[in-house]
Design a protein around this ligand. Structure first.
Ligand code: ATP
Length: 312
C-alpha cells in the first residue's frame, strides 16, 4: 500500500513555477525526508499533499484516496505540523489540542484524554494551562507536533519540525518520531539539518527548483556520489616502488593514501605491504567517508542552510 502517490505535480504562483512536474511514491510505513535549498518547492509540495494549495496540474493520492475527488477521506489520514506557527497564541495548550480534536470529530471526552496523553509525552504537562505565546520556540514546535498527532494519523507530515530547537530536545523528538514510525506511522519531514535526515530517514528526496533531482537511501546516495579517502601513517618513509600493486596510491614521506568508493580491499593490501617492510609500524589510520552533505552539494550545487524558527 502506498501512503502517498504523486503524479506529475505542477504548481504555479502566477509566474513562479514552484513545482515543475513532481512524481513521487512513498510506501506505507516509510520515514521519508525532503531536502532542498531555500525556495526549492518543499513547502509547496507539502501544501499540495495536505490540501492547503491547489495543484495547477497533476494528482495526489493519500492512501489511495484522491485529494481532488475525495479530499475529506484523504485528509482524515494526515496529521500536519507546519513550518509557520498557526495557533491562536492566547489559547492554552490543553485547549489548543482539544480544539484540533474537534476538527477531526473526536468526542470532547476523548479529545481531552488524548490532549492529556500528548502533553505528557511531549514533556509539556506542567504548561498545559499556559497560553501558547508564553512557550519557548522549541516548546512551540513540540506542541505543533503534538497537535498533529491528536487524530492518531496514519501519515504524519512535518515541515521543519526541529528548526530552532536545541540539541537535547531535538534528540528527544527524534527518539519519539522513531518510535512512532516503528509503530507503523508513515512520516514525511522536510529539514535543513542534514544530520536529522541521515539519522531518521530511510529514503530522502533532494528537490531543487521544483523538481526531484535525486531519490534514495542516504547510504545509496553516498555510494553513488562520494568516495572515501583512506590514509595510513607509518614510522618510516615509504617508497612508491613497494606499492606498485596499488597504482592509485599516493605516497608522501611516511603517509600513503587512496581514494575509492570501496576502501576495504585496498586497506588489506596496504597493511600487508607495509608490514612486509622490516621495522615498519603503523602509527595511525585516517578515514574520511562521504556524507549526505557532500551528496547534497554535488546534486544541487548548494550547501544546506539551517533556517531559524518563526516565533510569534
Ligand atoms: P524554504 O526551505 O525556504 O522553506 P521551500 O523549499 O519550502 O523553501 P517553497 O516555500 O515551496 O520552497 O517556495 C517555492 C517557490 O514558490 C519560491 O520561489 C517561493 O517564493 C514561491 N512561493 C511559495 N509560496 C508562495 C505563495 N503563496 N505565493 C507566491 N509564491 C510563493
Amino acid at each position: 500500500m502506498l501512503a502517498i502517490s504523486i503524479q506529475n505535480l505542477k504548481k504555479n504562483y502566477k509566474e513562479t513555477l514552484a513545482l515543475r512536474g513532481v512524481s513521487l511514491e512513498i510506501p506505507q510505513g516509510e520515514f521519508f525526508g525532503l531536502l532542498g535549498p531555500n525556495g526549492a518547492g518543499k513547502t509547496t509540495l507539502i501544501s499540495c499533499i495536505v490540501g492547503l494549495a491547489h495543484p495547477s496540474e497533476g494528482e495526489v493520492k493519500v492512501f489511495d484516496q484522491s485529494l481532488k475527488q475525495n479530499p475529506l477521506a484523504a485528509k482524515m489520514n494526515i496529521g500536519f505540523s507546519p513550518q509557520e506557527v498557526n495557533v491562536d497564541r492566547f489559547f492554552n495548550l490543553q485547549k489548543t489540542l482539544e480544539f484540533q480534536g474537534g476538527f477531526y470529530g473526536l468526542p470532547y471526552k476523548e479529545s481531552k484524554k488524548r490532549a492529556h496523553e500528548l502533553l505528557e509525552q511531549f514533556g509539556l504537562k506542567a504548561k498545559s494551562k499556559q497560553q501558547f505565546y508564553k512557550l519557548s520556540g522549541g516548546m512551540q514546535k513540540r506542541l505543533l507536533i503534538a497537535r498533529a498527532l491528536m487524530s492518531r494519523p496514519k501519515l504524519l507530515i512535518l515541515d521543519e519540525p526541529t528548526a530552532g530547537v536545541d540539541v537535547e530536545p531535538r534528540h528527544e523528538l527524534w527518539r519519539y518520531l522513531r518510535n512512532l514510525n516503528q509503530d507503523g506511522t508513515t512520516i514525511i519531514l522536510t529539514t535543513h539539518y542534514i544530520d536529522e535526515a541521515e539519522a531518521l530517514c530511510e529514503r530522502v528526496g533532494i528537490i531543487a527548483e521544483g523538481k526531484v533531482l535525486e531519490l534514495g537511501s542516504p547510504q545509496a546516495l553516498i555510494d553513488k556520489y562520494c568516495q572515501s579517502q583512506l590514509c595510513i601513517e607509518v614510522d618510516n618513509a615509504l617508497k612508491a616502488e613497494d606499492f606498485s600493486d596499488i597504482p592509485q596510491a599516493q605516497i608522501i614521506e611516511n603517509k600513503i593514501s587512496v581514494t575509492s568508493t570501496r576502501v576495504g580491499p585496498l586497506l588489506e593490501k596496504m597493511i600487508h605491504l607495509i608490514l612486509a617492510q622490516p621495522g615498519q609500524h603503523i602509527r595511525d589510520i585516517h578515514l574520511q567517508r562521504g556524507s549526505l552533505e557532500e551528496v547534497f552539494l554535488k546534486v544541487t550545487g548548494k550547501h544546506l542552510q539551517p533556517t531559524s524558527i518563526n516565533h510569534q
